[in-house]
Design a protein around this ligand. Structure first.
Ligand code: SF4
Length: 456
């Protein structure tokens, strides 16, 4: 997962990009970066941490130029260190190249090997660097043909914001796994992972960048091309379930409304007798609203979230991870005591966090705890840019629902059905990737899911 942003041409390009990255912070909290271009000079600043840790007013003012590209990172290939931060920037024979990438390539190993055999020297262990090497090796003599050729070599998931000298480029793979939208602000074009970033700077949403589309933004306007053969679509359904911000429109449709529909469907499939419905905040909140509305069971907050813990809270051991779960959500004894509760969770990955939460709710006096999950069991790893653990770490891949229920300590546990999830979506079911639930990978079924693929 990552958030990407770009703007051109605007005199406050760095400032707007910094605000855009604030809005996209939920997509990556490990590192943040912005590159700008002023005449023939590029200015880059990036570092580990949240946007607010990495940037201040003085730094933003030093990033001069009308073109800016920004990135917030959640590592899905390459570990979390300063070298593996983006935008990735190089000077090359074709000019200045800067890359902000969301998604995972699935032919990373073969491309990396081929490039190394041809003399490429890699500076990072991110798959995104491969794109820079391909661009730099192109024998085409204009930016359009260079990009078409380089991206034609890639397989897998990419939404990209690129700087190629004084051209801002937005591109999405033909399957469209990751979102990317186009907006306009004060005469400048804006590219962003999610529409919430456009909203924050007051930009007008124009449309999504389409799967397989590349847009070239120059000072005098925008050109769009679709040079590749069409494939099926494979929009990541998990963006709707968990990742994207509820106030964003993803793949052209609102996330909040979709999550509420998931909750309504869950209530229809697995009714429960309870005194109230509570979410696991924040991501379970919208499905819980839908569940409450459909079931006519009142909505209550049984846990309150502490918003002031970021990822700087280092958690090397299970004990500290458990403590983090505790510090993040505090139960409301007055609300829970002696009550039958329907808990709405957006997903269960390892099961350890849900187990901790159920234990905390019981200790706070809840009488019965019925967990309902607004997606089907997660059984398979993701190769397209979501950092799901390996198959053996996904609790539902090796255990049935009854086992998971006992493991987390709930009185009952039910997951939304696959059909129910797809019926709740605002787009035809054929347009979605559901591989982490079904094991039906749109491409690269035999891929290995490993973040350190270029480190081994
Ligand atoms: S496997 Fe799951 S998380 Fe990965 S892209 Fe497909 S739907 Fe999204």
């Amino acid at each position: 997962m990552c958030g990407i942003f770009g703007v051109y041409p605007h005199k406050d390009a760095a400032h707007l990009t910094c605000l855009g990255l604030y809005a996209l912070q939920h997509r990556g909290e490990e590192a943040s970066g912005i590159i700008t271009r002023n005449g023939r000079k590029a200015h880059l600043h990036k570092g580990l941490g949240l946007v607010s840790d990495v940037f201040d007013e003085k730094i933003i003012r030093s990033l001069k130029g009308e073109l800016a590209v920004g990135h917030v990172r959640y590592s899905t290939t390459g570990s979390s260190n300063i070298k593996n931060t983006q935008p990735f920037y190089v000077k090359s024979k074709i000019g200045d190249i800067a890359i902000a990438h969301n998604g995972n390539l699935t032919n990373t190993t073969s491309l990396h090997r081929e490039l190394e055999n041809n003399g490429a020297l890699f500076q990072t262990t991110m798959d995104s660097e491969i794109i820079a090497h391909l661009l730099a090796r192109s024998h085409n003599n204009n930016s359009q043909d260079t990009v078409i050729w380089a991206l034609s070599k890639l397989e897998g998931a990419y939404s990209l914001v690129l700087m190629l000298d004084d051209v801002l480029i937005g591109a999405r793979d033909t399957f469209g796994w990751r979102p990317l939208c186009l907006g306009k602000f004060d005469g400048a074009y804006v590219l962003a992972s999610e529409t919430c970033a456009l909203d924050l700077i007051g930009a007008q949403y124009i449309r999504d960048i389409e799967p397989g589309e590349i847009v070239f933004i120059k000072k005098d306007g925008l050109t769009s091309i679709k040079p590749y053969q069409k494939t099926r679509h494979a929009f990541c359904i998990f963006e709707y379930i968990y990742f994207a911000r509820p106030d964003s429109n993803i793949f052209g449709h609102n996330v909040y409304a979709t999550r509420k529909r998931l909750g309504g469907q869950l209530a229809a499939e697995f009714p429960v007798v309870a005194d109230f419905v509570m979410p696991i905040p924040d991501s379970g909140t919208y499905a819980a609203l839908g569940f409450s509305e459909a079931s006519k069971i009142p909505f209550e907050y049984g846990m309150i979230r502490n918003h002031y813990i970021g990822r700087t809270f280092i958690q090397p051991t299970q004990d500290l991870r458990d403590f983090r779960v505790k510090i993040k959500l505090n139960p409301l004894r007055e609300v829970l005591n002696g009550k039958k509760v329907a808990i709405i969770e957006d997903s269960i990955v390892r099961g350890t966090t849900s187990r901790m939460r159920v234990k905390t709710l019981r200790q706070a006096g809840a009488k019965e705890l019925h967990m309902r999950v607004s997606c089907p069991p997660l059984k398979f790893p993701c190769f397209y840019g979501i950092d799901f653990p390996t198959k053996k770490e996904l609790v539902a891949s090796k255990h049935d629902i009854a086992w998971v229920r006992d493991f987390i300590g709930a009185d009952s546990l039910e997951y939304l059905s696959l059909d129910g999830m797809l019926d709740s979506m605002p787009l035809p079911k054929e347009d979605f990737c559901t591989a982490c639930f079904t094991g039906k990978y749109p491409i690269c079924h035999s891929c290995r899911s490993s973040k350190d693929i270029l480190e081994k």
